[in-house]
Design a protein around this ligand. Structure first.
Ligand code: M6R
Length: 615
């Protein structure tokens, strides 16, 4: 959560910082600020509550601040309400001019109260409620004792518990920005004579595609056109850049009104690219992850761990893997898995699914599994992310940068990898024969075109969404894989349109929740599993009898559903295991258009941030 940027080079820093912050606003958007140092060595800090545009108006897009070195931050509040005082950057002094050390921070400092007490005793006066101000003053405290930036930061790192990515300006080191990180990402890009820092790739993609990753518990000293890395013992480290293949334009809206609708439209490509990356000569190939056929054969059970939509992918993957490959699969929310000490067999495979690869709970779950000697596989979208660097095996979704807070294309690409794993594991373990193997691959190859076809029906969904834009409640039901997709459809609805929404296994509804159904309540039934079709229809009828308005998302051919449902969307026929990738598209569109009809900020829903790097 929160976004960090930094620049040092020959150009004016502020407009570059503002431009980069725009690309990171999805990481936090309740306040923002920048600090720029001018040619006389004076550092000016400007902050504003609210969206980035409030800050931008204050400094005319950055044009009123002069100076070629600076740092910036867009905030998602953890400690202290979103207001100007709590916005970053924070300074070491208590008066605006008293800024020997100025810093921005992502993460949470767990022992901030104890550190603050120590600093207050040492004479520091605090002006905000943030843990970040504590970190900045702690660095200043050590800098006064050990006057080199690396020593001061290293000492602070040893005292701080929690997660952090820090970017710091020292007044005594006019041409440098220092960064340090633990469990919160930080990247650096160096081009001719210029250096950029950011917490996330899209912020600097426009300037460079060759990225350095600051490692866990490492520091970096950034100067114009160069960077040096150090470990916490202040020993210098050698690093290579990683080339990011994402196209810089992929992080732009490209003519679409919002990133979310752009990314919904990018799903056929995300599916195609991801599938292509896992096909070799017409056969599935996951060996580039290091999962060999021998490993595949030795897996006794699978445990999938993830958060939010990625957890929904896990829920769908459980049905698909168990049915096709006959391997027992359990699925846990990462924040639960990490603390409840799950029972795992020695030959288990723990799969962590994450778009960002930075989600704090997912990373902790991965570490928990590794600490018990269990093999781990991560399904990720962001190259070089923290989870990528720690997992034993990685499979990448090729969805490109996902900017909208509500995930769409990454979800679809993750689902595809779930299918590939199911089919590949089934084949390697002799559960399916060559004919069935080829059948599944052929079915998977039809997914991108079928997904494309569904996007053509969006006007009907737009019309329906505008009709229901004043709804208070919605329920999404389904059985089996349809239930897993109902979870995602419901999340899309609530997170971007703020309509209260619940997802239920269709058969579970009448064990309590049906009492919430009243005249006009919207109920969305998902019907792609033939053997469960009639049962879910019965559950929909039970709700209709009690006044519900029914929307159905059904497989083409089940036209009789129109006798029951008030509004129906059909999805093309495909092997039922893979139908979730098609049914989710109208549900994403429904969530999107509901939000647009309500006049909401689709790409930046209230209270949310794209990647949740704190607990
Ligand atoms: O980056 P991750 O995939 O680990 O993020 C997990 C969730 O925070 C994420 O899927 C979230 O639920 C989505 N933004 C919802 O659309």
């Amino acid at each position: 959560m929160c976004g960090i940027v930094g620049y040092v080079g020959p150009q004016q820093a502020a407009p570059i910082l503002m431009d980069s912050l725009c690309r990171l606003e999805y990481r936090g958007y309740d306040s923002a600020g920048i600090a720029v140092r001018d040619g006389d060595g004076h550092t000016t800090v400007v902050k504003a509550k609210g969206r980035l545009k409030v800050l931008s108006e204050k400094i005319d897009g950055g044009r009123t601040l002069k100076g070629c070195i600076g740092i910036g931050h867009t905030r998602w509040a953890t400690h202290g309400e979103p207001n100007e005082a709590n916005a970053h950057p924070h300074i070491s002094g208590s008066e605006p001019d008293d800024s020997a050390v100025v810093g921005v921070h992502n993460g949470i400092i767990e022992n901030y109260a104890e550190l603050k007490e120590k600093l207050v005793k040492a004479g520091y006066i605090f002006y905000s409620q943030t843990d970040t101000e504590v970190a900045v003053k702690l660095v200043d405290y050590y800098y006064k004792k050990y006057p080199t930036p690396s020593k001061a930061i290293a000492k602070a790192m040893m005292r701080i518990r929690g997660s952090y990515a820090l970017a710091i300006l020292f007044n005594d080191h006019q041409n440098q920005i220092w960064t340090a990180r633990k469990d919160s990402p930080m990247i650096i890009g160096v081009t001719k004579g210029e250096t950029f820092i950011a917490s996330d790739v899209p912020a600097i993609l426009k300037y460079t595609q060759d990225i350095y990753y600051v490692g866990n518990c490492e520091m970096a000293c950034v100067e114009a056109g160069k960077v040096s890395f150090f470990n916490i013992d202040e020993e210098q480290l050698e690093k290579e850049t990683v080339h990011i293949t994402w196209d810089a334009n992929a992080a732009e809206r490209g003519g679409f009104e919002h990133f979310m609708i752009k990314e919904i439209h990018e799903q056929p490509k995300a599916l195609q690219d991801t599938l292509n990356s896992l096909l070799n000569d017409g056969r599935l190939d996951i060996t580039k992850s290091g999962i060999t056929p021998e490993i595949a054969r030795g897996i006794s059970e699978i445990s999938i761990v993830a958060c939010g939509s990625a957890w929904h992918v896990g829920m769908a993957a459980k049905y698909v893997i168990e049915d096709i490959a006959r391997i027992p699969v359990r699925v846990d929310v990462a924040s639960e898995f990490r603390y409840h000490c799950p029972i795992l067999q020695e030959n288990a495979l723990v799969i962590v699914i994450s778009q960002s690869g930075e989600t704090a709970d997912s990373l902790a779950a991965l570490r928990e599994a590794k600490s018990r000697g269990i093999r781990t596989l991560a399904i990720l979208n962001v190259l070089g992310s923290s989870i990528a660097r720690e997992a034993d095996h990685v499979l990448y979704t090729l969805a490109g940068p996902e900017i909208a807070v509500a995930t769409t294309k990454a979800y679809s690409a993750q689902m595809l990898i779930g299918y590939v794993l199911a089919v590949e594991l089934a084949f390697e373990r002799g559960v399916i024969d060559e004919e069935k193997y080829k059948y599944y691959i052929a079915q998977l190859q039809t997914l991108p075109d079928k997904a494309e076809g569904l996007l053509e029906d969006k006007e009907r969904i737009q019309w329906f969404a505008s009709k229901f834009s004043t709804a208070h409640d919605a329920f999404f039901i389904g059985r089996g894989i349809d239930y897993a997709v109902a979870l995602e459809g419901s999340l899309k609805m609530k997170e971007v349109s703020y309509v209260h929404s619940e997802a239920y296994a269709a058969g579970e509804l009448k064990h309590g929740t049906i009492s919430l159904i009243e005249d006009g309540t919207l109920l969305v039934g998902i019907l792609t599993q033939n053997s469960l079709y009639e049962k879910t229809v019965s559950n929909m009828v039970e709700c209709k009898t009690r006044g519900a308005y029914l929307m159905a998302v059904a497989t083409a051919g089940h036209y009789d559903i129109e006798d029951t449902a008030d509004f129906t969307i059909y999805v093309p026929n495909i092997d039922e295991h893979f139908a979730g990738s098609l049914t989710v598209i109208p549900l994403q569109l429904f969530g999107y258009y509901s939000s647009v009809s309500r006049g909401l900020d689709v790409d930046k829903p209230r209270n949310l941030a794209k990647s949740v790097t704190v607990e």
